[in-house]
Design a protein around this ligand. Structure first.
Ligand SMILES: Cc1ncc(COP(=O)(O)O)c(C=O)c1O
Length: 502
């Protein structure tokens, strides 16, 4: 029976819990997470390992957490910090006074995905006369472009990348431009492999067709310029390239700000104009939003501002040098192991490798690395590209590099000894025959249980099995549409309200 005299479930306790106890709960929950610091997690987090920086960012976040970016006239502090972040990003990316892009403008968004959605929306809304707008992207472009296309009902024309260079052929990108194309996009660099697309040629083709060109530098926009200053051969990718009309760069990646901050830049205010949404046709306040969210916390913006101010240009140069050396060390470790090969020679801050013929099973290898405390990211095979292992490298990895080689060697030996994962015959048959439409709730629950996903109710086991090779092997065997559907169903199984009081 529900006791209606009080409302209590999940995070809502019957009576208030003392602050220290609540914090202890959070710490206990966090103990089960992947390690955000320490240089052993090669995805999701960006750690400069600078003493005191977390505390500074947290303090700045606290100062502005309750400030609302909804109205910059009520909170000029936020406007000032946003403009300062946009100015910094513009400067890093070849724009500003004295450059060929002196009129750059921009906005702070919540992350790379929002920046890309807005780049697509802005390009779409610049052409209200095009009833069925399209965008052209390389197959290596971040999935957020597909999400943008889906949300905004824009058709996505995907140009495959070469299996050798992992880049699109600029001529094929040019050929994909149609009269309905509103945007051509490319990456600097791509997330999966860390290679920089041929931006100069792609932007030139877009300009010739009178189409906008967006450079997705969400991942590498804050490191490529510093790598260039350190003498690395970074190809042109920023506003110095004619035809580039917008660029996105995530401050919560290599600018090392806490999560929730990206910058979307446009070459001039006219190009940015369709990004805004204004609405006065209701009885409340007139809404004028440059980004998707309306109410926006000032916390992440203040934290990013503090991070940039504290690290400074010299700090980023130093952190990029550390990262570059870590990348070189990790790549050497991969080259030294029989059975592995780099997908591409590193040209940014990614090390990505695959197995050679007769090499270890990569998904087993990923589990073996996890067992040794190295959290890498498996990437499934795709359109002629083999499955691979992705390492996003940040400055915090530098002191750990020497430990990686021996552990990689040991993990490869263990993976070889264990042999590849074999899907149980009934699972293999199921994946071979299943279409996304044929998936029933019972089948999904059966599959999840067979794979050890979701955790047992009432047990202490986490939602994921300790070893993921079986899950990854199953997903790898499935076509993309089935992968998507299975993952949606599995994640949906995890996202259930907790009714019991915490
Ligand atoms: C190249 C690139 N673009 C866009 C994104 C999306 O960024 P976010 O996860 O901040 O939405 C990422 C994330 O890794 C990325 O690497």
């Amino acid at each position: 029976m529900i006791d209606e005299s009080r409302v209590e479930a999940g995070a809502l306790s019957a009576t208030g819990v003392p602050a220290e106890e609540v914090l202890e709960e959070v710490r206990k929950l966090r103990a089960g997470d992947a390690p955000t610091h320490g240089g052993r997690l090669f995805a999701y987090v960006y750690d400069p390992a600078v003493p005191g920086l977390d505390e500074l960012a947290a303090a700045a976040h606290r100062e502005s957490a309750h400030v609302n970016g909804l109205d910059p006239t009520a909170f000029p502090s936020l406007l000032a910090m946003e403009n300062a972040l946009v100015g910094a990003a513009g400067r890093v990316l070849g724009a500003g006074p004295g450059t060929t892009a002196p009129d750059v403008v921009g906005s702070v968004t919540s992350g790379g995905t929002e920046s890309l959605i807005l780049a697509v929306k802005t390009a779409r809304d610049a052409h209200p006369e095009i009833s069925e707008p399209r965008i052209v992207v390389p197959s290596s472009a971040h999935a957020a472009f597909a999400k943008a296309a889906h949300y905004l009902r824009v058709a996505l024309d995907v140009v495959p990348v070469s299996p050798e260079t992992l880049r699109p052929d600029p001529a094929a990108m040019a050929a994909a431009i149609r009269p309905e194309t509103v945007l051509v996009a490319c990456s600097a660099p791509s997330y999966a492999h860390g290679v920089v697309d041929p931006v100069t040629q792609i932007a030139a083709a877009a300009a010739e067709a009178g189409v906008r060109c967006h450079v997705d530098a969400c991942f590498g926009g804050w490191t490529l310029p510093y790598l260039r200053r350190l003498g690395e051969p970074v190809p042109p990718f920023d506003f110095a390239v004619p035809g580039v009309t917008s660029i996105s760069v995530d401050l919560h990646k290599y600018a090392y700000a806490p999560k929730g901050v990206s910058v979307l830049l446009h070459r001039d205010a006219t190009l940015r104009a369709p990004q805004y949404f204004a609405y006065a046709d209701w009885p409340g306040y007139t809404m004028i939003n440059p980004v998707i969210a309306s109410t926006r916390s000032g916390g992440p913006i203040a934290a990013a501002y503090a991070t940039l101010r504290h690290l400074g240009d010299e700090g980023y140069l130093r952190l990029t040098a550390l990262t570059r050396d870590a990348v070189a060390g990790l790549a050497d470790a991969v080259r030294a192991v029989d059975g592995l090969r780099l997908m591409a020679e590193p040209e940014s801050t990614v090390v990505c490798f695959t197995a050679t013929d007769g090499g270890p099973d990569l998904f087993v290898l990923v589990d073996e690395l996890t067992a040794r405390g190295w959290h890498t990211q498996p990437q499934l095979s795709y359109d002629g590209l083999p499955a691979s292992v992705h390492l996003t490298v940040t400055a915090a990895v530098a002191p750990r590099v020497a430990e990686f080689g021996p552990d990689l060697t040991a993990a490869v030996a263990a993976a070889r000894a264990a042999g590849p994962v074999r899907l149980p015959a009934e699972l293999a048959a199921l994946v071979g025959a299943l279409t996304p439409e044929a998936l029933t709730p019972d089948l999904i629950i059966g599959l999840a249980a067979g794979l050890g996903l979701g955790g047992e109710e009432g047990s202490d086991a986490g939602p994921l099995p300790e070893r993921m090779a079986l899950v990854n092997t199953l997903l790898d065997a499935a076509p993309s549409a089935l992968r998507e559907r299975l993952l949606v169903e599995f994640v949906s199984l995890l996202q259930r309200p907790s009714w019991a009081p915490s």
